[in-house]
Design a protein around this ligand. Structure first.
Ligand code: C2E
Ligand code: MG
Ligand code: MG
Ligand code: MG
Length: 278
């Protein structure tokens, strides 16, 4: 009977795996057409100083599929990475972000940066630096209007090659943020050997800072370490006033999270900067 149960279990597992593989294949095929079908768009999440001034927006990709409806980036970005589709999609994201940055510059808001997430596959590509240069030039914006967000895991794959490319971009004037800090290897080596200007402390830390003294002190230590290295500290995924107050106390520089705003469409983002126009 036990053997029988084990077999059933296996069949269940196998079916489950096949279903997941099938779903991934369907989604990847859908994603292949998403660009030409104009199913992709960006939302922008404002980033604030502790006193409530907007310093930038993070561009976050959205996919509204005709077949599957709204698909979460946590689901489709990994598929785009595995299939290589992140290369054309990533180029499109950068173009869109630069177009928005141009719009902001036209409204004399070129000090408000646009943060763009970059996947390992994009960074590894030979034409990455050239593509970035071209896109920024064509949009007619200053490189300083664009910030790249890279995760630590993106860097371990090809540390030296990445460091050279990021150094070139930094030299141009593009700024660099280390995303989801604290979830990966968090090696000091990355922080010291890369031209990072900003540290984004992961949401998982924010979820815990109201739990007790230790968790808060831990985040406080990260902030102090970052400041010692001359970095700007952004807290990600801040949802409550309580968290906000604590972060202010421990010296955090910038805040991004639902407490101020969810990611929003471009037009809404514009009214966010010019509240009096509406
Ligand atoms: P991320 O870069 O760490 O982006 C932050 C994520 O946290 C976003 O999820 C954002 O909507 C969410 N978030 C922000 N504030 C809060 C909050 O207060 N509470 C909660 N619960 N969530 C909050 P999203 O938009 O689903 O994106 C997920 C991930 O997908 C991003 O994580 C990023 O790694 C990736 N991604 C999104 N757009 C792009 C893109 O254009 N290119 C690449 N390569 N990756 C992207
Ligand atoms: Mg990010
Ligand atoms: Mg993040
Ligand atoms: Mg993330």
């Amino acid at each position: 009977a036990a053997k029988q149960a084990g077999r059933n279990c296996w069949h269940f597992y196998e079916a489950f795996m096949l279903q997941d593989t099938y779903e991934k294949m369907m989604l990847t095929n859908g994603l292949r057409r998403a660009l030409e079908r104009e199913e992709l768009f960006l939302h922008y999440q404002p980033q604030f100083t502790m006193t409530g001034d907007i310093v930038g927006f993070e561009a976050l990709l959205r996919w509204n599929s005709a077949e599957f409806g709204l698909v979460s980036p946590d689901r489709f970005i990994p598929l785009a990475e595995q299939s290589g589709l992140i290369l054309p999609i990533g180029k499109w994201v950068l173009q869109e972000a630069c177009r928005f940055a141009r719009r902001l510059a036209d409204m004399e808001k070129e000090n408000v940066h646009i943060a763009v997430n970059i996947s390992p596959r994009q960074l590894i590509a030979d034409d990455f630096v050239d593509t970035v240069c071209d896109t920024i030039k064509k949009a007619g914006i200053k490189p300083g209007q664009i910030e790249f967000e890279i995760t630590e895991s993106a860097l371990i794959e090809s540390m030296e090659d990445s460091a050279i490319k990021l150094e070139e971009l930094r030299h141009m004037g593009v700024t660099l943020a280390l995303d989801d800090f604290g979830t990966g290897y968090s090696s000091l080596t990355y922080l010291m050997s890369l031209p990072v200007g900003t540290l984004k402390i992961d949401k998982s830390f924010m979820d815990k800072i109201t739990d007790g003294r230790e968790q808060l002190q831990l985040v406080g230590s990260i902030i102090n370490l970052g400041h010692t290295l001359g970095l700007v500290i952004v807290a990600e995924g801040v949802e409550t006033e309580n968290q906000l107050e604590l972060l202010l106390k421990i010296g955090c520089d910038h805040i991004q999270g639902y407490v101020f705003s969810q990611p929003i469409p471009e037009e809404e983002a514009i009214t966010f900067i010019f509240p009096r126009i509406i």
